[in-house]
Write a protein of this length. Structure first.
Length: 181
């Protein structure tokens, strides 16, 4: 059981998304915030347990970030639908995440594994905090756009730093191939 607990937590986070959406659409923002906050904390918990117990799995490596981004995108999309957020922020996040997936895939093909770094975790923490506070305070369009705008800036900064890291790792791998031994 212990070795599966991190993945069970991740799956529960995925199952929480429809409930989060339902309560958001019902304008039950405190419950939505509670679900969102619990999901964000469980994201930290499952990764911590997997590393601590040395039970990191391929399923977890795929499902964990998927669950994380799915609830973030659901929240931002609902903010857009409810008229509290400009749709451009969804596009920015979608492009950023698409580029991250593409970069990870290209590095994986070269047998390079990339883990989340502090700036990616900081961007996620900022966005999760922003979404939770927006829900708790029932903020309207102007403050929501400002807060999410700051979060998107951090997301783009993380993307720039990950892109820099991508090219460094690619160069390092090429040098290792040229000079084996």
């Amino acid at each position: 059981m212990k070795r599966h607990l991190p993945n069970i937590i991740t799956v529960l986070r995925l199952f929480a998304i429809p409930f989060f959406i339902y309560f958001m659409l019902e304008d039950r923002l405190f419950i939505s915030a509670l679900i969102y906050f619990t999901a964000a904390v469980s994201d930290l918990l499952d990764g911590y347990l997997a590393r601590k117990w040395k039970v990191v799995s391929n399923f977890g490596k795929l499902a964990d970030p998927l669950a994380d981004k799915a609830i973030q995108i659901a929240a931002l999309l609902l903010f857009c639908i409810l008229g509290r957020l400009h749709f451009a922020f969804i596009i920015v996040l979608f492009i950023k995440e698409s580029l991250m997936i593409l970069g990870s895939y290209l590095l994986y093909k070269k047998k390079i594994v990339v883990y989340a770094l502090w700036y990616g975790k900081a961007a996620t923490l900022l966005l999760n905090s922003a979404i939770t506070w927006i829900l708790l305070l029932d903020l309207q369009i102007r403050p929501v756009n400002i807060i999410i705008g700051i979060s998107m800036f951090m997301e783009l900064l993380a993307l720039a730093l990950y892109t820099k890291r991508y090219f460094e790792l690619k160069k390092q791998k090429a040098q290792e191939s040229e000079n084996p031994g």
